[in-house]
Design a protein around this ligand. Structure first.
Ligand code: G3P
Ligand code: MG
Length: 258
């Protein structure tokens, strides 16, 4: 691993999609809820509307998390704004609007929060185009110490890296399970971290990753007792729908063992 990475003070717990257990995922309300619950970092997904506007959204479609139907890529900003993206979660969130990347960055700055921004490439959409639209805006808004850019999409990360070096843009390699070629993938991207499904991580692979100097993040544990031995494996941070469940269980940052 190169030594030019920023020294990020990652918390043990990162709120997944905002605070997805307590508020409609990937909304401004969810990030406010995360902050009010004491979270310093959130994980969020970003995609482009059909008119090229970057918005905070997970799915390729609208039906699960809004009162609309059809594809996100079919919307322009005016149409996206008409959707209610809160009522599906609960009446208290009625009238919540889809957040643009710009609005979300303003909120993160106002609350002094860090973000793991995931470039979410759905279907046949272009990871390169997404990185091109999102990375300059992230670099302009946030210091490297408060940012990790991740993606499952290799081309998106490659393009992101071509836009900024490791001292400015920490990159997280996102995988469902860590591939045999993990070292090559990390080196070719000058990556800062690996983010993997906690249920598919092995102690052996965790040891290799930590010995090579990379940060290791796991998604999406929501059962602190079941997750407990992963801290001892060297996992740095857990990206959870409900970090508050872990309050008395996660070790302090920097301590490997619970
Ligand atoms: O970034 C970790 C996690 O969010 C990846 O999966 O589907 O929840 O975006 P997903
Ligand atoms: Mg995500």
């Amino acid at each position: 691993m190169s030594s030019s990475h920023p020294d990020i003070a990652l918390p043990r717990l990162i709120a997944h999609r905002g605070l997805a257990a307590h508020a409609p995922e990937n909304t401004l309300a969810a990030v406010r809820a995360a902050h009010e619950a004491g979270c310093r970092w959130v994980e969020l997904d970003v995609q482009l509307l059909g008119d090229g506007t970057p918005v905070i959204w997970h799915d390729a479609t609208l039906s699960r998390c809004s009162d609309g139907n059809g594809r996100l890529a079919a919307l322009d900003l005016a149409a996206a704004r008409r959707l209610d993206v809160g009522s599906w979660f609960g009446d208290a969130f009625r009238g919540e609007r889809m957040a643009t990347l710009n609005e979300m960055l303003e909120l993160l700055l106002e609350r002094n929060m860090g973000v793991n921004m995931e470039l979410k490439v759905t279907g046949k959409r272009s990871g390169t185009e997404l990185a091109e639209a999102v990375v300059p805006r992230l670099l302009e808004a946030l210091p490297a110490e408060r940012l990790i850019l991740s993606s499952f999409d290799r081309l998106a990360l490659q393009h992101a890296r071509s836009l900024a070096d490791a001292s400015l843009l920490p990159i997280g390699v996102l995988t469902e399970s860590v591939p045999h070629k993990w070292r090559f993938r990390c080196e070719s991207l000058d990556a800062f971290s690996i983010h993997t499904d906690w249920t598919r991580l092995t102690a052996h692979r965790a040891n290799e990753i930590k010995a090579a100097g990379y940060r290791l993040l796991c998604y999406t544990p929501n059962d602190p007792a079941a997750f407990a031995n992963r801290w001892a494996w060297g996992v740095d941070s857990a990206i959870s729908d409900d970090p508050t469940l872990f309050d008395s269980i996660a070790p302090p940052p920097g301590e490997a063992r619970a």
